[in-house]
Design a protein around this ligand. Structure first.
Ligand code: NAD
Length: 285
């Protein structure tokens, strides 16, 4: 069994992004800029935003956080997003999810300019992804694909079972795998007999949010297991959706939590922000 080390690869990507950011500053005097919208005081969201901010600092990306109260109105956030769409110092806009219930999440995501949509959640970019065209791809599944590539794992013709079908994880994960010529099955809460599906998988990719959902008897020998889940167990420890200690014995490759997909997500945000800045700088030239 080999660990797929997302921490190590994300460090390597950060160095590459950092070099590219320096080059861009030298060439056109532009500093890539990321704006983050954070609503309310959810501790997990605040922690993620903080990690993203620190990562930006490490690679020389300018970042600004719009910290908004829990009871903010739809109109007020929409005004901020419109301002950021028109702000030339901002190349990427990220709306930290989840949002409070009074906010129409879809309307906000649709308002972000597709050119600044570094999370890849705008229908324009989702459409480009499903048709295999270049665009912004959601950071978590993009990070998974890069991690697989780093270890020379070719998904072409492989049986891939994606567990979880959300717009930010499972669906874009499935599109990327399909674009790379994998055979893809998507399972979700209503899937009957999940084990039957996972047992047939060469690669299981799970992003659900249920501790120990994937157990040893659900994984075939030498399968590759990608754990996208992030949960806190009763002792407050970060764990994924896979019963890691038992499942790892059967796998050829597996991602740890923490240190697997999580750091890759942040690295992809940096890389998407850089990509947006590179395109914007060319358009301004
Ligand atoms: P979500 O709640 O939007 O979607 C969960 C999906 O899992 C749904 O499609 C649902 O049908 C499915 N599901 C729920 N219970 C199931 C079960 N028992 N069996 C099969 N399918 C089931 O969640 P999300 O935003 O997609 O996040 C999923 C997990 O991924 C969470 O743990 C989240 O913290 C994690 N996540 C990690 C990263 C990262 O960087 N590693 C990024 C985003 C989300």
């Amino acid at each position: 069994m080999q660990l797929l080390d997302g921490k190590k690869l994300s460090n390597k990507i950060e160095l590459q992004v950092s070099d590219e950011v320096k080059l861009l500053k030298e060439k056109c005097g532009c500093t890539p800029g990321l704006a983050v919208v954070l609503v309310g005081h959810d501790p997990a969201s605040a922690a993620y935003v903080n990690m993203k901010k620190k990562a930006c600092e490490r690679v020389g990306i300018y970042s600004i956080t719009h910290d908004m109260p829990e009871n903010i109105s739809q109109d007020a956030i929409e005004k901020i997003i419109t301002n950021m769409n028109n702000d030339s110092t901002i190349d990427g806009i990220l709306i930290q999810l989840p949002l409070p219930s009074q906010i129409d999440e879809r309307r906000l995501l649709d308002l972000v300019s597709p050119k600044k949509d570094v999370d890849g959640f705008h229908p324009f970019n989702i459409g480009r992804l499903t048709t295999g065209l270049d665009g912004f791809v959601p950071c978590t599944p993009l990070g998974v694909m890069q991690l697989l590539a780093e270890y020379d794992i070719d998904v072409k013709g492989k049986n891939c079972v994606v567990v979880g079908a959300s717009n930010i994880v499972g669906k874009p994960m499935s599109s990327l795998l399909l674009n790379a010529n994998a055979t893809v099955e998507i399972c979700h809460i209503f899937t009957d007999n999940l084990k039957k599906h996972t047992l047939a998988a060469d690669i299981i990719l799970v992003g659900v949010g249920v501790i120990n959902l994937i157990k040893e008897d659900m994984v075939k020998d030498d399968a590759i297991v990608i754990d996208i889940g992030i949960n806190r167990n009763d002792e407050g420890k970060l764990v994924g959706d896979v019963d890691f200690e038992n499942v790892k014995q059967k796998c050829s490759y597996i991602t740890p939590v923490p240190g697997g997909v999580g750091p890759m997500t942040i690295a992809m945000l940096l890389s998407n922000t850089l990509k947006a800045a590179q395109v914007n700088s060319k358009e301004r030239a």
